[in-house]
Ligand binder design. Structure first.
Ligand code: ARG
Length: 469
């Protein structure tokens, strides 16, 4: 238990203990309690209870005085929670019972009336949804922050050539800005996924009660309105039992981390002296305790590592759900820690990633050298021949021979004389050198989605606009 917890009042019966003849075993109490972690939901639990109480009073199920007492008590509790002064107690197994017990201690009978027409089953489902909705909005902002940092870096390097790779072999030149914009796209889709998931998170389970609905004439629509839910869960059994909204969120989060991990892997590679493409700021690297020369890219490595943990949480929740019969089962208490850790891990990772992106030095000369080394404009030569009338397959063959010769002579394609090139095909003229250069190759790929610097700048502008929306 936490520091500020203290043992429960002696002989205080459990909230649900009426039908039991023996007190709960200490080991069971410890094993089944969730308050050590679900206390994180406290603010959302209070929010949900206040809306429920207000609706109860509006429908005549709770007196005006009782409502006032509940509101005052909850204000005190919220304060205590925020100050770290709330008396968390393991005897009241979870956040819901802790708050209810405290409310009753503060305001008496009004506190005992709060649970009318409600169960912890619909209460906890509501709390998690309120929590997750809040966190999705925070993650959206953090993702936008990463996108902005990427856009700034991409803008500065919209025309900086680097080798584009397939199979990690030099393929064709691209610009560094274009490469970074690929990640802006990925994180953009991540944001779409979260926004879409939010609609299904943002539905109200409260009113489902334990599992079958309630006989009280409550107004669920009113509670939804008060809490900003866009719809009601329409089947009481489903409302209290399914956690698919949390699973869906974890799937979206795992994809966010997968994208972060790919970018991190590239940073690690690019920072190795074999590439030497970038330098990550000293503040984001660590040294070695034994090798004085080392600068290790710990941050991207850890981000890559933490991806496994988030993917693990997704699998944990899927596994948690798969064997559960309708409706609520205590298994569902296990949904919280993976969910919380997913949120914490993704948020911390996005925060540090955005910071790190602003601390990167780009070695454009090393990138260009690498782009020039791998015959990256070979495809451009083939395209040149096709435009002069040669069938593509023949052009492919001609260029392959030219590359072999250049390799023998240890020069690039542009290093072969016109006479030598014409030996491969008389279609080749002086204008060939324009396409054999990196700049020529880049500029020619100017269709939508291409790497031409102008096209990259346009893509950056469009992305900035959509970020503002
Ligand atoms: N602590 C529980 C959870 O996290 C709250 C719901 C408990 N409901 C029950 N019938 N035991 O799921």
């Amino acid at each position: 238990m936490t520091q500020d917890s203290k043992p429960g009042p002696a002989n205080e019966p459990k909230t649900w203990s009426g039908r039991f003849s023996a007190p709960i075993a200490e080991s069971v109490k410890i094993y089944t309690a969730s308050v050590s972690f679900d206390r994180r939901l406290a603010e959302f639990d209070i929010q949900g209870s206040l809306a429920h109480a207000q609706m109860l009073s509006e429908t005549g199920l709770l007196g005006a005085e009782d409502l006032k007492a509940i509101q005052a008590g909850m204000a005190t509790i919220l304060d205590e929670v925020r100050q770290g002064a709330f008396p968390w107690n393991l005897d009241d197994e979870d956040v819901h019972l802790n708050i209810e017990r405290r409310l009753t201690a503060l305001v008496g009978d009004a506190g005992k009336r709060l649970h009318t027409a409600r169960s912890r089953n619909d209460q906890v489902a509501t709390d998690i949804r309120l929590y997750l909705r809040h966190e999705i909005d925070r993650l959206q902002r953090l993702l936008a922050g990463v996108q902005e940092a990427l856009l700034d870096l991409a803008e500065a390097h919209a025309a900086t050539p680097m080798p584009g790779f397939t199979h990690l072999q030099v393929a064709q030149p691209v610009t560094f800005g274009h490469h970074l914009m690929a990640y802006v796209e990925m994180f953009g889709r991540d944001r779409e996924r979260l926004a879409d998931c939010r609609h299904r998170v943002n539905r109200l389970p409260l009113g489902a009660a334990a599992l079958a609905g309630t006989s009280y004439p409550i107004r669920r629509e009113r509670v939804a309105e008060l809490l900003g839910f866009e719809a009601l869960c329409l089947n009481s059994l489903d409302a209290v039992s399914d956690r698919d909204f949390a699973i869906e969120f974890c799937a979206a989060a795992a994809l966010v981390m997968t994208h972060v991990s790919r970018l991190s892997e590239e940073f690690v590679l690019w920072m190795s002296p074999r590439y030497g493409f970038i330098r990550i700021g000293d503040a984001f690297c660590t040294g070695s305790s034994i090798m004085p020369q080392k600068r290790n890219p710990d941050v991207p490595e850890l981000a890559r590592g933490k991806t496994g943990r988030v993917t693990g949480h997704l699998v944990a929740l899927l596994t948690l759900m798969k064997g559960q019969p309708l409706a609520y089962n205590k298994d569902n208490q296990e949904d919280k820690e993976p969910l919380f850790d997913t949120v914490d891990t993704v948020a911390a990772t996005l925060e540090i990633l955005a910071e790190m992106l602003r601390q990167i030095t780009v070695h454009g000369d090393a990138m260009r050298r690498a782009a020039e080394e791998g015959f990256s404009t070979a495809t451009d030569l083939a395209d040149y021949l096709v435009k002069k009338g040669m069938p593509f397959r023949d052009a492919h063959e001609v260029v392959a021979q030219a590359v072999r010769l250049a390799e023998e002579r240890q020069c690039d394609l542009a290093g072969l004389s016109l006479e030598t090139l014409r030996g491969f095909s008389t279609l080749i003229g002086q204008d060939v050198y324009a396409v054999l250069t990196i700049e020529g190759s880049l500029a020619s790929r100017n269709g939508i989605g291409g790497t031409a610097p102008d096209r990259v700048r346009a893509a950056i502008q469009a992305a900035r606009l959509s970020l503002k929306r």
